[in-house]
Design a protein around this ligand. Structure first.
Ligand code: UD1
Length: 430
């Protein structure tokens, strides 16, 4: 099992390039099957979730040609079935986007129910409610969601909860439905906008993405396109907090600063300098961070996917901070790991009360999920001594070359596979 071994204490300094957005890419790859013509997708991140999604698509007959590490050509004219294998959905929940895409194009889809996830219960009732409103018959058979319709008809859909997944899935299903669909109380995340822009580049007629009302006039056919995915705002935010926690100075490049506003605002609040450029953000932390309160909210609020990263920074800040998680109920598991590094925090329900300490000390910790795993790496980079992070497979799901990018900023971090490699690292760093 691979681990990261880290010798903490170096401020991160330098420039880092951000990859394409994983969560936008997952929706866009699924949407690409809605045309029989060839689609070129660029700025695709080379991370595990994306590679599994491509395998799932190849599994139903999509011709997948990886032209470069970050570009893929897809042709779906030979799709042989509308039934996705459980092996893939087990590995990435977001392969449920194939449900909306297949239903939209073929009026029929069969996708296994996604299993539980370690950040909390993640129902998909709203996705199904949307499909039903469009006229699909939805049933659960042998662990799979089966959705089918003779015709999909436009509808007026109100989402009870703001959901990224439901917004994207319903948008795809409605793109080729008869008439004009209106979705209200939509998610406004940048990746919702990116999937809408991608569909529009294939000839769809979607308006309002990025606001809470999306209007979709169904079209009969979608066509070929070439599209470049937006930068990953969560990867960018992770490096911004890594700079803050290590008292570093990092230029985070290839980003859309507008997408990072909630993160930048919190960094300013806790005492960092944040400088915005056209496509870069520089974070400088020259003094001890100060406490603040934060509550996760749908975009443009503070993202739940950035909660563990700010949690780690606040564990090192002066004073007591309150972090409230309002999207997923089980996102504080990393706090127990952080406590092993000397953090002082109390979790009560969806709230963590964190009293900052002067320093953390290295320990062996385990990544409970993707973002919490990245946050524990940040903790290791800021801590005194050696930290070993287990279960880094979670981190690899969503961060491209994480260790390599951190090393380019002066971090002492290695991916290791054995105790022998760990010893070698220890000898090397002294
Ligand atoms: C997406 C992101 C994930 C991020 C989350 C919130 C992808 C692949 N994943 O997940 O990284 O943490 O947005 O920004 O883009 N809900 C329901 N019923 C539903 C759907 C959702 O009650 O049918 C609830 C969820 O339990 C949660 C809230 O709505 O409390 C938001 O979830 P949602 O936005 O759907 O998250 P995902 O799309 O799964």
């Amino acid at each position: 099992m691979e681990q990261y071994i880290i010798k903490g204490g170096n401020p991160l300094v330098g420039e880092v390039d951000i990859s394409g957005a994983k969560n936008a890419a997952l929706g866009i790859l699924a949407a690409a099957i809605m045309t029989d013509e060839t689609v070129l997708i660029e700025n695709l991140p080379d991370v595990k979730d994306i590679n599994v999604m491509l395998e799932a698509m190849a599994g139903i007959g999509v011709k997948v040609e990886r032209i470069t590490r970050h570009a893929v050509m897809l042709n779906s004219s030979m799709i042989g079935g509308v039934s996705v294998d459980y092996e893939y959905i087990k590995k990435i929940r977001a392969s449920y986007y194939l449900l909306g895409a297949l239903l939209g194009k073929y009026k029929k889809a069969e996708v296994p129910l996604p299993g539980g996830c370690n950040i909390g219960s993640r129902p998909i009732d709203l996705h199904l409610k949307g499909f039903k409103a469009l006229g699909a018959h939805v049933s659960i058979r042998n662990g799979s969601i089966c959705a089918e319709a003779d015709h999909l008809r436009a509808s007026h859909i109100y989402l009870d909860t703001v959901s990224v997944g439901a917004t994207i899935n319903i948008m795809m299903a409605a793109a080729m439905a008869e008439g004009r669909t209106i979705i209200e109380n939509c998610a406004r995340e940048p990746h919702v906008v990116d999937v809408a822009n991608f569909l529009n580049s294939m000839g769809a007629n979607i308006k309002g993405a990025g606001t809470d009302v999306i209007r979709i006039r169904g079209v009969e056919k979608l066509h070929a396109t070439e599209y470049s995915i937006i930068p990953d705002q969560i990867e960018a935010g992770t490096f911004m907090f890594a700079a803050a926690a290590t008292k570093g100075d990092v230029m985070v490049k290839n980003v859309i600063p507008k997408h990072l506003e909630a993160t930048s605002a919190k960094l300013l609040e806790i005492g960092c300098e944040v400088e915005e450029f056209d496509s870069a953000v520089r974070v400088v932390a020259s003094k001890r961070l100060t406490c603040t309160n934060v509550k996760t909210l749908p975009y443009p609020g503070y993202p739940t996917d950035m909660q563990p990263q700010i949690g780690v920074a606040l564990a090192l800040a002066s004073g007591t901070s309150i972090v409230t998680e309002s999207i997923f109920e089980n996102r504080f598991k990393y706090m127990d790991e952080l406590a092993r590094m000397g953090a002082v925090a109390k979790v009560e329900g969806n709230t963590a009360i964190i009293t900052g300490v002067e320093k953390l000390t290295g320990a062996r910790v385990s990544a409970p999920d993707l973002r919490a795993g990245a946050a524990l790496v940040i903790a290791g980079l800021a801590a005194e001594g050696i930290t070993v992070v287990d279960d880094i497979v979670y981190i690899q799901r969503g961060y491209e070359n994480f260790d390599e990018k951190l090393r380019s900023l002066g971090a002492e971090i290695q991916k290791i596979n054995s105790e022998k490699e760990a010893q070698k690292f220890r000898l090397l760093v002294g």
